[in-house]
Every structure is written in structure tokens, then in C-alpha cells.
Design a protein around this ligand. Structure first.
Ligand code: NAD
Length: 279
């Protein structure tokens, strides 16, 4: 399946939809990732925190598809924000995945109360110079966190991966990223099993375009210039989630979906300024 791509500010190309792998694990997980790869997914999103780096690497090898065709993303856990720890963890993750570089490496959470994210960012920039990472990015960063790392290093993240779905639209944050030349990725783009798929406006649009509700939501992300990384273990859903490039929502329809936003729309109440990862 042909998937369009974006060009990041650092010049690297990234597919416009990826596969999330949170809670995809073990031997079964390898098979579930392999079906997605066979169906056309090349952007695979994992994290040290998901305990899936090993199986993602294994699925890539078993696929028989050249490494260079993939776009592999993983993320730095909070307990490794110190400079030396971060550099060590990047190398450890490469070994876990059996790779010699990452296409994209993100700081998973800023953890501003610990105040070490600038140090972590410097380690990512160093690892990029060492050839271990192609593109450096962040996740769950607010504008003040972005400005701080840019000011301290002169290096702008290529990507900021944040929570976005119809109940948490994040108009301001998408704009903040855009103004800095940062591509926004959406985590939990379908709302992680919430009622978003059953909302009337989504159902109505699905009927109108003869699409599934998930495809309406993923198309909404795409037309906002946001890159979604839906997670699915199931071939039918995986395929649906990649087949969003053959129809177009109107601006009015995009606005109607935006109106599903709620002030308390976050899934797990994970405010990046407050959220603390478990050690
Ligand atoms: P999601 O929004 O992708 O939803 C996943 C749920 O939707 C699953 O229950 C799945 O079965 C269902 N689903 C998938 N496709 C469907 C379809 N076509 N029709 C109906 N149901 C469908 O939620 P998620 O897994 O939380 O988020 C996606 C990815 O984002 C994760 O796997 C992970 O890689 C990443 N993530 C990152 C962070 C972060 O802090 N950076 C946090 C959470 C998740």
C-alpha cells in the first residue's frame, strides 16, 4: 500500500501513518507486527517503557524487508535523563532491537519537576552526531520545554509526539509545534478504546464516505498535518488504519470533529507538567 510521507525539518522522510506498539508483546506480538509490515507499515513506534523493542527488531528482521526501508522510533525513559545514562540507554536500545541506528529517538516525557530534560536532549544531539540517531525529537513537550532545549542547544526537535484524539484536539499545541517547524505526531490517535469511534458525527461521516469510524478519525489527523500512530493487533484494523488516503473530509467536517474536544478530554489525566514516570 502506498503511504505518503512528510519531510522533516532535518531533511529526513517519515511515513504519514505509523504503527503504535504499546502492549503488543511476546511471540504473538512479533506475528502481529509482521502482519502490519506485510500490509505496508514502515513507521514502527516503540519505547523502552513498552518492553517491545526486542520484538519490533525481530519483526523487522523476519520481514525480509531491507532495514533502510523502515522508520524506527523509540523513546528514552525518565530514569535515564542524565547525560551519560541517556547515551548508554540509546546504545542499549539499539542492541535490544538489533539495529545500528534509529530513524527517530524521542525523550518520552519532559518530567520538568526533575529538571533534567535539557541534559537528556544534549545526549540525543550527541548521539545524532555519533550516527546512532538520524532524527532527534521529543514527546509530551509543552512550548516552554521546547523553547528551553532549543535555546540551550540550538537544535530544534524534528517531532513532538503528543496525546491527540477527538476528545483532546490540542489546537494550540499543534500550532506551537508548527511555528517551530516541528512535526506533530498523535499518540492514542483513536482515543484508546474510548467512545470517540461511536460519536454521532464520526458515525455519520463514516456512512457518508463508506469508511470505518477509525478511518474518519485518522483522516482528520492527516488533514490537520498531524501524524497518527494507531495501535492494532488485528490485520483488518491495521489495514483500515493505513487506507485513509483515498477520500477527503471538508473543512466544515474537520471543524465538527474538533468540536468533540472536552476540557477534561485527556485519557489518563497525563498533564506533561505533572506526569511522573515510574522508575
Ligand atoms: P490508540 O488510540 O491507537 O487505540 C488503540 C485501540 O484502538 C486498541 O484497543 C485497538 O484495538 C483499537 N483500534 C485500532 N484500530 C482500530 C480500528 N480500525 N477500528 C476499531 N478499533 C481500532 O491508542 P494507543 O495504543 O494508546 O496509542 C497508539 C500508540 O501511541 C501506542 O501504541 C504507542 O506507540 C503510542 N503512545 C505514546 C505515548 C507517549 O507518551 N509518547 C503514550 C501512549 C501511547
Amino acid at each position: 500500500m502506498d503511504v505518503p510521507s512528510y519531510i522533516l525539518t532535518d531533511g529526513h522522510r517519515i511515513p504519514a501513518v505509523g504503527l503504535g506498539t504499546y502492549q503488543i508483546r511476546g511471540g504473538q506480538g512479533i506475528d502481529q507486527i509482521l502482519t502490519a509490515i506485510q500490509d505496508g507499515y514502515r513507521l514502527l513506534d516503540t519505547s523502552t517503557n513498552y518492553d517491545s523493542e526486542g520484538i519490533v527488531g525481530e519483526a523487522i528482521r523476519r520481514s525480509g524487508i531491507p532495514r533502510a526501508d523502515f522508520f524506527v522510533t523509540t523513546k528514552l525513559p525518565g530514569k535515564y535523563h542524565h547525560y551519560e545514562d541517556a547515551l548508554m540507554m540509546i546504545q542499549e536500545s539499539l542492541c535490544r532491537m538489533g539495529l545500528d541506528y534509529f530513524d527517530l529517538y524521542l525523550i518520552h516525557w519532559p518530567l520538568p519537576k526533575r529538571g533534567l530534560y535539557v541534559e537528556a536532549w544534549k545526549a540525543l544531539v550527541a548521539a545524532q552526531k555519533m550516527g546512532l540517531i538520524r532524527s532527534v525529537g521529543v514527546s509530551n513537550f509543552e512550548p516552554e520545554h521546547l523553547d528551553k532545549i532549543i535555546e540551550e542547544t540550538g537544535v530544534t526537535p524534528a517531532v513532538n509526539q503528543i496525546e491527540i484524539h477527538p476528545y483532546w484536539v490540542q489546537e494550540r499545541m499543534v500550532q506551537e509545534n508548527k511555528e517551530r517547524g516541528i512535526l506533530t505526531e498523535a499518540w492514542s490517535p483513536l482515543g484508546r478504546g474510548s467512545d470517540a469511534l461511536r460519536e454521532e458525527v464520526i458515525q455519520t461521516l463514516a456512512k457518508k464516505y463508506e469508511k470505518e469510524p477509525a478511518q474518519i478519525i485518522l483522516r482528520w489527523h492527516y488533514q490537520r498535518g498531524v501524524l497518527p500512530i494507531p495501535k492494532s493487533r488485528n490485520l483488518i484494523h491495521q489495514r483500515e488504519n493505513l487506507t485513509i488516503f483515498d477520500f477527503e473530509l471538508t473543512q466544515e467536517e474537520i471543524k465538527r470533529i474538533n468540536q468533540l474536544n472536552r476540557p477534561d478530554g485527556r485519557i489518563d489525566d497525563q498533564d506533561p507538567n505533572e506526569y511522573e514516570e515510574f522508575d
